[in-house]
Design a protein. Structure first.
Length: 315
C-alpha cells in the first residue's frame, strides 16, 4: 500500500520547530496571542465558532488555558458575561492547570469544573478540566469519574483518552508486563471506537507511555534507541495496525492529529521502520510535539531532528 502523497516542499526548511501546543490551528494561535495581551474577545469568538465540535473545543480551551494570566482574563470575561458557558469552561481549564502547577487548590479546580458543567450539561470540556487536575492531584476514583463523565458526552474524546492512558501507564513500575492495565485500556478504547477514530493510535500511545515510566524507574534504558521496547512481537503488531489505519484514514481535519502522528513516527523510528517513519515526518512537517520526543529526559528538538534526518536522509 502506498503512503499518502507528500508535499513537494518541506515546510520545516522554512519554519522552526516551535513545539507549539496549538499545533496547526492558526486561529487558535492568534486567539491565544490576543488573550496573552488581555484581549479575550478573540477567544470568545473562536469558542463560539467551534460549537459542539467537542475534540476541537477541548483542544482550544486547554491551549488557551495555558496562557499564564488566563484565569484572570477568564474571570474578567465571566464578570462581563456571567451566563457565558465558554467563559466558565475556560476558567475551569485554567484553574485546573494552575492546580497542577501548585498555584491553585485542587478543591478550587473541582469547584470551577462543576460550576462550568452545570452551565453546559452536554459539554464534556468541564469534565476534561476536572480530569486534567485529577490525573495529577486526585484519586483513581476521581480520574475514573471524570473520564466517565467526558465519555458519556463524547465517547471518542481524544484528549481524555490520552490522559487516561498516561495515568494508567504510571500505575505500577515493576517491569514490562505486556498484560499491564494500560494495554487493556488502550485496546478496549480502540476496539470500541468507530473505524475512522484516531483512537486507533491509542495502543501506540500506551506502549510509549509505558516506556516513559519504565525508563524513569530504571527498568529500561533512558535512551530509547538502546531499548528493545519497540521490537517485541506485541509492539510490532500494535504499530503495524496503527500505521495501516493511518494509511486509510481520511480524517485529516482532526484538531489533535499531529499528536498521534508524532507518537507514531517516534514508534516507527525506534522500531527501525525508517520508510514508514519518513512518510509520517513528511506529514508532520514543522508540527513536532514535546511528547514523546522528550522521553526519557531527552532534548525533544535534538531527538526529533535526529530521527527525521535518519529517516529522510537529510536534515
Amino acid at each position: 500500500m502506498t503512503p499518502p502523497r507528500r508535499p513537494f516542499t518541506r515546510p520545516w526548511r522554512r519554519d522552526r520547530l516551535a513545539f507549539d501546543p496549538a499545533l496547526d490551528d492558526a486561529p487558535l494561535a492568534a486567539a491565544r496571542n490576543a488573550l496573552a495581551q488581555g484581549r479575550w474577545g478573540a477567544a470568545r469568538s473562536l469558542l463560539a465558532e467551534t460549537g459542539d465540535d467537542w475534540d476541537r473545543r477541548g483542544h482550544r480551551l486547554v491551549v488557551l488555558a495555558e496562557v499564564s494570566a488566563c484565569a484572570s482574563w477568564a474571570s474578567d470575561w465571566q464578570r462581563a458575561e456571567p451566563d457565558s458557558a465558554c467563559a466558565a469552561a475556560l476558567l475551569a481549564c485554567a484553574t485546573a492547570l494552575r492546580a497542577v502547577r501548585g498555584k491553585a487548590r485542587y478543591a478550587t479546580a473541582r469547584e470551577q469544573a462543576l460550576a462550568a458543567a452545570r452551565m453546559a450539561p452536554a459539554d464534556p470540556s468541564p469534565w476534561l478540566a476536572q480530569l486534567i487536575a485529577a490525573r495529577t492531584l486526585g484519586s483513581g476514583d476521581d480520574c475514573a469519574r471524570a473520564f466517565d463523565q467526558v465519555r458519556a458526552r463524547h465517547r471518542d474524546h481524544h484528549h481524555a483518552h490520552h490522559l487516561m492512558a498516561t495515568y494508567l501507564a504510571e500505575r505500577g513500575t515493576g517491569g514490562g508486563d505486556p498484560l499491564h492495565e494500560v494495554y487493556d485500556f488502550a485496546d478496549w478504547a480502540a476496539e470500541q471506537a468507530p473505524a475512522d477514530s484516531p483512537l486507533a493510535v491509542l495502543p501506540v500511545v500506551a506502549h510509549t507511555e509505558r516506556y516513559r515510566v519504565l525508563a524513569a524507574a530504571g527498568h529500561l534504558p533512558r535512551d530509547p534507541r538502546e531499548s528493545e521496547h519497540w521490537s517485541t512481537r506485541k509492539a510490532r503488531q500494535v504499530m503495524k495496525a496503527a500505521f495501516d489505519w493511518w494509511l486509510e484514514w481520511e480524517g485529516e481535519g482532526h484538531p489533535r492529529q499531529q499528536i498521534d502522528l508524532n507518537y507514531l513516527a517516534h514508534a516507527k523510528f525506534h522500531e527501525g521502520r525508517l520508510a514508514e517513519a519518513a512518510a509520517l515526518f513528511h506529514r508532520i512537517g514543522p508540527h513536532a510535539t514535546r511528547a514523546p520526543w522528550s522521553y526519557a529526559d531527552r532534548d525533544p528538538k535534538q531527538e526529533f531532528r535526529a530521527a527525521r534526518t535518519a529517516a529522510l536522509g537529510s536534515p
